[in-house]
Design a protein around this ligand. Structure first.
Ligand code: 5GP
Length: 180
């Protein structure tokens, strides 16, 4: 059982559900205020559980897109951000709500935001389930954040270690022996 590999739970399933409702209400109110509806763009694969939970609470007609960019291998950051899969509709003149699992160094979001500006998106906002501010090396912040987490490698609710643990319904830290 994958839960046996978890040393501690940082964010419970209940807390995630509650926070998603709050975030959705806040995001919807902000778009309502400007009379716009965003295209909700999930960054694969980590954003999938968060995006699914969040969008349940939007009451606007929600258009979904996905992108895949890679910047991570195991627990350490590698080289440049690469676009593996682009969204299927044009972003030109659109309001984009990017959904991310965690903002760590910020490099991924800097690159993806830049890409949307090049595609002439009208506006790009970021919602991230988690934020690890201690690790930031780029000047970027998510517009909406679920939870701040300490500088530890976390898994669950979309976040993986070597492609596993994404299906855990909470955010946790692995036992040290799992990395050995
Ligand atoms: P950044 O470009 O902000 O450094 O990295 C963002 C990506 O790195 C995230 O989308 C996520 O896939 C990965 N990442 C960063 N920190 C963690 C972490 O603590 N756990 C996991 N599983 N992935 C992380």
């Amino acid at each position: 059982m994958i839960s046996n590999d978890i040393e501690k739970i940082l964010v419970s399933q209940e807390a995630i559900t509650k926070r998603c409702k709050e975030l959705a209400a806040q995001i919807e109110a902000d778009y309502n205020a400007i009379g716009e509806v965003p295209i909700v763009v999930g960054l694969l694969k980590g954003s999938v559980p968060f995006m699914s939970e969040l969008m349940k609470y939007f009451t606007f007609p929600c258009e979904l897109e996905f992108m895949k960019v890679s910047s991570y291998d195991g627990t350490e950051s590698i080289g440049d951000v690469r676009i593996d899969l682009d969204m299927m509709t044009s972003a030109k003149n659109k309001y984009i709500l990017l959904v991310e699992d965690i903002v760590d160094t910020g490099r991924t979001l800097v690159e993806v935001t830049k890409m949307f500006k090049n595609k002439k998106a009208k506006d790009v906002k970021i919602v991230s389930l988690l934020d690890k501010p201690d690790r930031r090396t780029c000047d970027i912040e998510a517009d909406y954040v679920g939870f701040e987490v300490p500088n530890e490698f976390v898994v669950g609710f979309g976040l993986d270690y070597n492609q596993k643990y994404r299906n855990l319904p909470y955010i946790g830290v692995l036992k040290p022996e799992i990395y050995e």
